[in-house]
Design a protein around this ligand. Structure first.
Ligand SMILES: [Fe+2]
Ligand SMILES: [Fe+2]
Ligand SMILES: [Fe+2]
Length: 420
């Protein structure tokens, strides 16, 4: 059993998700991918090598889920602890075989050239990792100048790169970069409108290839782990929601293929949360209207990220509608009862259940019977599907176990969650 998707589009979608972490500082990964690609051409790499380098550029910061850490990435040249996100990112990529070959480049994308040489890595790995480092730092230095005084600021950026030749960066890569960037077009191509056009043109034609369901689940897990790593309050939320959604789908006796797809959609449902600043997710008190409106963007962002992947059309809607309610007062589309399929309702119920079973900044995790009571109240208010909530009630311990991954409420670790 397999599904046909375009892996390239999936990588672009993942880079869109990572872009959200930058909140206002978007497109960092895409600019790094773009510059690396131009330099890779200068190095005479083959087409498959260029494709890999571009993808490594798009995904190089997949170890960063926190908006706080992202601010360091784009505002500091070098900082203590920068290696942590490289290790994290390479571990994530290693868990998904079709992208595992990018892991070593990502692992060393903040390592100085002097240290890389001493590490005795394969020559190509060291070269490409250092190239990513160089263009990554170019983007950090240039970030304040896009759409403003870019063409003036580029000279200072190039001076800094020149000064770091031989210590941070390989001299031959510095030479190549300074050569290639010695024109206005190189820099102007980095501005968002032009960059997005470049990306759009690359992914316009879908190249569909069959992906097995276990592979699709692994890809979704890669996305989910990035979201769940965002804050201690989001740990395991996507994974638990997916386990419960799969359990309920099986209880309803949906076809096996649908069960697989529901699990994937649930893993992906909160991708848009990457855009919510850490301070809001971790706020110990009630949210202001403004903060609430930030949170309400997230399921629309999930929709926008996933809709670019040909082959995942229904999964996209099941994931994006997880805050829609039968009374039509959910968000962001205000769909009504008749438009909400059983797959969407399963994910909505699983999401609320999982969030209630976890700690929030302002309350403890709820006990299973408290959760059921609250879910029933939400059914009365026409916010959740009554039949599915009764199904949860028929085997409450099993639902709780699926949502938390724990065998009993007593064994619950001091774990945290955020509102679904
Ligand atoms: Fe980085
Ligand atoms: Fe959620
Ligand atoms: Fe959500």
């Amino acid at each position: 059993m397999s599904i046909a998707i375009d892996l390239g589009q999936a990588i672009h979608a993942l880079s869109d998700a990572l872009d959200l972490v930058g909140v206002d500082e978007v497109c960092h990964g895409k600019r790094v991918g773009y510059m690396a690609l131009q330099c890779g051409r200068g190095l005479g790499l083959s087409n498959p090598e260029l494709e890999d380098l571009f993808h490594a550029g798009l995904l190089h910061d997949c170890g960063v889920s926190s908006t706080h850490l992202h601010r360091c990435l784009v505002s500091e040249l070098d900082w203590e602890g920068s290696e942590f996100h490289c290790i994290k990112g390479s571990e994530l990529l290693n868990q998904f075989p079709p992208l595992a070959h990018l892991a070593s480049i990502v692992r060393y994308h903040h390592t100085h050239w002097e240290a890389l040489r001493a590490a005795k890595l394969p020559e190509k790995t060291a070269q490409l990792a250092n190239l990513l480092y160089l263009v990554d730092r170019v983007d950090a230095l240039t970030a304040p100048h896009y759409e403003r005084d870019l063409l003036l600021a580029r000279h200072t950026v190039c001076d800094t790169v020149w000064r770091l030749s031989g210590s941070f960066f390989a001299p031959e890569l510095v030479g190549l970069f300074l050569d290639l960037s010695d024109n206005e077009a190189f820099w102007l191509s980095l501005e968002t409108r032009h960059l997005m056009r470049f990306i759009y043109e690359r992914e316009r034609e879908a190249r569909l290839a069959p992906v097995s369901f276990p592979e699709l689940r692994q890809l979704a897990l890669l996305f989910a782990r990035i979201v769940d790593a965002k804050s201690p309050f989001t740990m395991e939320h996507s994974l638990g929601t997916a386990r419960l959604a799969r359990f309920l789908a099986e209880q309803v006796e949906l076809p096996v293929e649908t069960c697989e797809k529901i699990e994937v959609a649930a893993l992906l449902h909160d991708l848009g949360k990457l855009q919510v600043p850490d301070e809001i997710l971790e706020k110990p008190g009630a949210l202001t209207r403004e903060e609430r409106s930030m949170i309400q963007r997230h399921s629309f962002e999930t929709y926008q990220i996933l809709r670019g992947i040909t082959g995942l059309e229904d999964i996209t809607l099941w994931a994006a509608y997880h805050h829609e309610t039968p009374d039509g007062r959910g968000y962001p589309f205000h769909r009504r009862e008749a438009e909400l399929t059983v797959e969407m309702r399963i994910i909505a119920v699983s999401d609320v259940f999982q969030a209630l079973a976890q700690r929030r900044p302002y309350r403890k995790p709820l006990e299973p019977d408290e959760i059921l009571e609250l879910l029933r109240t939400l059914v009365q208010q026409n916010h959740l599907d009554g039949d599915l909530v009764e199904l949860v009630g028929q085997d409450l311990p099993a639902s709780w176990q699926a949502a938390t991954g724990l065998s009993s409420p007593e064994g619950a670790p001091d774990q945290s969650a955020f509102p679904g």
